[in-house]
Design a binder for this molecule. Sequence first.
Ligand SMILES: Nc1ncnc2c1ncn2[C@@H]1O[C@H](COS(=O)(=O)NC(=O)C[C@H](N)c2cccc(Br)c2)[C@@H](O)[C@H]1O
Length: 533
Amino acid sequence: MSQQQPTPADTAGGVRHDFLHDFLLDPARHSPGAPAVIESPQAGHTAVTTYAELTALVGEYAAGLHALGIEPGARVILEADTTAPAIAMLLACSRAGLTFVPVSPETPYRRLESIAETVRPALHLQELTGQRTDVRPPVGTARFGPDGLTVDRAPVRRPPRRGTPCVTDPAYIIFTSGTTGRPKGVVMSHRAVVAFYRGMLAHRIAGPEDRIASTSPLQFDFSLLNIGLALGSGASVVPVPPPLVRWPRHLLRVLRETGATQVNGVPSIWRQVLRHEPRRLAALDRLRGVLFCGEEFPLPELRRLQELLPAARIVNCYGATESMACSFEDVPSPLPESIERLSIGTAHPGAEMLLVDGTGAVIDAPGVVGEIHLRSPALFSGYWDDREATRATLVPDPLCPQSGQYVLRTGDLALRGPDGEFYFAGRIDSQVQINGNRVELAEVERRLTEHPGATAATAIPLPLPGGGQRLAAFVVPAAGGDLGDAGALREFCAQTLPPYMVPQEIRLLDRLPTTANGKVDRAALAAGAEPAA
Ligand SMILES: Nc1ncnc2c1ncn2[C@@H]1O[C@H](COS(=O)(=O)NC(=O)C[C@H](N)c2cccc(Br)c2)[C@@H](O)[C@H]1O
């Protein structure tokens, strides 16, 4: 049994911190003058916030929040991109015992209203430059900036009914994009987040010299991973504003001017860079690490990234918001020619993945596909106000249901390799029935991206008029690649796939639509597809 290695965060000052704000701002871990956040919103302009400045801002915001008389345990909507003040504000909420709910400034008003109706926040917070108006009373409204907190509409004051902060208290609530039905609020406690950070930091992915670019919106817990990885390692966060992530030249400029040494993001952030600015990417000689999560990285694109950044360590981070993440696995460099699937490794120290078959039995043998169930101290507390969904996801430990211990039912399929490492094998709901046959969509996508002229592909089931489903695929041609027409691509698939797995229709797209969190937006593809002929 591998003992959990103490992480820098725990051993530096010899004190264990179990609340988010203490853990990330432990002064014993980083020198006050070291850069905590490095921003470069415009060309030629770089702003550094040191750990001492960040800590002072947290103190100022926490005092401002305390003065508002909001009871501990109340929710606060934190509408912001990942900026130094926003990082300070989330840490101040943590210190004030308030649960923050991060949402992006790009969040549509109706979705913000729906989240507010669900969590009934005491306060809505946005940056000084925030554009949000008409937040409905009685929710208080305030703005925060480098000089502190300014209140527009005071929140309702309530006497505190909790006197003692507990590590099981909710630190934040993340609303998932909710692939099915209404968005679910994933409630994460201080204990879960800090347990995850400890497990992640044990991998020593970053050190104090690192500058870690964060390219996800604050509402996506990937940004919270990046903040924890940077501050937990005594390194710097380099937030890249979402509008700049989408333009290769802007993204690369920020990386260059901030001296970023690592870039964390979903696979889709690289597509346009690889296509339009390969040489500028290769010129970033300080870049020595890439970490991706959220979905599979198309192997041809991953190979291309490795060619352009031969010295970079590329880490495949697998996990779900309900446990922040689960595993960190180095991508082999270079990728073997024959590889079919990337390993997602094994769970971070202190956690463990189990595979369970359709009958609920735990699978030990290698090579057998089962559903990943995660044993971990970093599991979410539950979905906000949704016991039924919680019960379906936090299930009794299949190894000992009587114990009262719960594990996370991930909805992901995987199989074990010969050395106990896991290989992601798609989501259970990406197993679809076509003409009565089970099809793993990822397998169709993999075949399509094996075509030298294709750089990315998504396969989705579409309804047939008479019932049942047909298979449709959307393919992004490689720059300068020769893709031929849809017929040639179908023929290419037919060479290795059974007939029912060959997409009945294939559409070529310049780019795949993505969700707010940067993942391929399958619902948008399905909605945009013509009805069946
Ligand atoms: N590396 C992979 N290969 C393949 N499939 C992946 C990977 N990482 C996810 N997924 C899929 O995404 C699902 C989950 O989606 S999610 O809840 O929106 N969360 C996410 O995507 C992001 C997730 N919270 C996460 C991951 C890493 C760090 C942090 Br911090 C957060 C998983 O259940 C998987 O199906």
